[in-house]
Ligand binder design. Structure first.
Ligand code: DMJ
Length: 453
């Protein structure tokens, strides 16, 4: 019913545009997608399919067939377009078997390839998909590419090679690994910035939240998606977690475990909403951890879930802030005005979903239901769902954006959390960082896509 409300309003007021402004009831365009259109449609396809919203899925598919156009003069974010558009199309293909989605995914993948034309093969952040000219964000440490951006292409590009028969996609992402493995890492940690020309790290800022997050997620999931054959991905993941535990994970005096940020050896005792995904990641990776560490990784996941729940519970709206701190006498609370917003992000609910599936402790469903009630009370408006500017205030100030990841992630993870475990079971699927399910490529199964059909 929440999905229907979000979708119907998008359809009514912003059909074919990237996102919806639910208060002003018009389209919202973000420069992340250049002038590629229809982000909400492509991001929502698999959610519609899983929720058996057949009519809506059909209208979304028709739109993709007739209108989704990559022959545009657009400078796009390679990361955002990959996780939302390539990921969304791949999942829609694997779930429905409809050829149009495979075709569009491969076509878009080919458009992204010029991003890798750098001296090291570490891709640019931004790419003009008509001219093939790339560049980096002007604010990123001396022209660096960003770890969470170039490190979050692996799953989709492996599938693009699998579905197209063209090895080039997988080669590009395997080369990223090669470059990373040649470099010395400070204390075993990965800085968020890497210069694609010199192949050297930029500023030594390490984060498991924004700028770093999904790089770690994709190491683990690359191993899982390979049916546990990708030993390199596995080693990189567990080594990284070891360094994160030693240098970044701390416990507050009130007993809350959190993941700090690291700046040239100094800790900033701040955790982003984005970082909350790590609870689910630790729990998902528990099984593959050295045998004496399995229980410990589940426990770490549970502790992060609890801390992130506290960050919600300590607000007036029971929705979590963008970032919360553990210093100056506070714990799990945002202290800066510009960190008090909530933009319909999924990470806390995502972690509840993993913890529920892996432990079946009913508290995760209770916590998720608290979030549903808060979303309904504070974010639901006539024209859809909106983010909130200050979750500590008693009165809503809406930001007037219905993010496409609300449909692809937040609502999908909620649906899965309240469904039986046999919908998209972990033995067969991994979720990309935008919650798009991709099938595990089983060892014995050379042509997974044929089976899916
Ligand atoms: C999404 O696009 C993805 O989850 C990404 O990994 C992080 N940011 C948003 C959601 O918060």
């Amino acid at each position: 019913q929440m999905m229907k409300h979000a979708w119907d309003n998008y359809k009514r007021y912003a059909w074919g545009l990237n996102e919806l402004k639910p208060i002003s009831k018009q389209g919202h365009s973000s420069n992340l997608f250049g002038n590629i259109q229809g982000a909400t449609i492509v991001d929502a396809l698999d959610t519609l399919y899983i929720m058996e919203m057949k009519e809506e899925f059909k209208e979304a598919k028709d739109w993709v067939e007739k209108n989704l156009d990559f022959n545009v003069n657009a400078e796009i974010s390679v990361f955002e377009v990959n996780i939302r558009f390539v990921g969304g199309l791949l999942s829609a293909y694997y779930l429905s078997g409809e050829e149009i989605f495979r075709k569009k995914a491969v076509e878009l993948g080919e458009k992204l390839l010029p991003a890798f034309n750098t001296p090291t093969g570490i891709p640019w952040a931004l790419l003009n998909i008509k001219s093939g000219i790339g560049r980096n964000w002007p604010w990123a440490s001396g022209g660096s590419s960003i770890l969470a951006e170039f490190g979050t292409l692996h799953l989709e590009f492996v599938h693009l090679s699998h579905l197209s028969g063209n090895p080039v996609f997988a080669e590009k992402v395997m080369n990223i690994r090669k470059v990373l493995n040649r470099l010395d890492k400070p204390e075993g940690l990965y800085p968020n910035y890497l210069n694609p020309s010199s192949g050297q790290w930029g500023q030594h800022h390490v984060s498991i939240g924004g700028l770093g997050d999904s790089f770690y997620e994709y190491l683990l999931k690359a191993w899982l998606m390979s049916d546990k054959t990708d030993e390199e991905g596995k080693k990189m993941y567990y080594d990284a977690v070891q360094a994160i535990e030693t240098h970044l994970i701390r416990k507050s005096s009130g007993g809350l475990t959190y993941i700090a940020e690291w700046k040239g050896g100094l800790l900033e005792h701040k955790m982003g909403h984005l970082t909350c995904f790590a609870g689910g990641m630790f729990a998902l990776g528990a099984d593959g951890a050295p045998s004496d560490k399995t229980g410990h990784h589940i426990e770490l996941g549970a502790e992060i879930a609890r801390t992130c729940h506290e960050s919600y519970d300590r607000t007036s709206m029971k929705l979590g802030p963008e970032a919360f701190r553990f210093d100056g006498g506070v714990e799990a609370i945002a202290t800066r005005q510009n960190e008090k917003y909530y933009i319909l992000r999924p990470e806390v609910i995502e972690t509840y979903m993993y913890m529920w599936r892996l432990t079946h402790d009913p508290k995760y469903r209770q916590w998720a239901w608290e979030a549903v009630e808060a979303l309904e009370k504070h974010c639901r408006v006539d024209g859809g769902y909106s983010g909130i500017r200050d979750v500590y205030n008693n009165h809503e100030s809406h930001d007037d954006v219905q993010q496409s990841f609300f449909l692809s992630e937040t609502l999908k993870y909620l649906y899965l959390l309240f469904s039986d475990d046999d919908i998209l079971p972990f033995e067969h699927w991994v979720f990309n960082t935008e919650a798009h399910p991709l099938p595990i490529l089983h060892k014995e199964d050379g042509s997974k896509e044929e089976k899916q059909k």
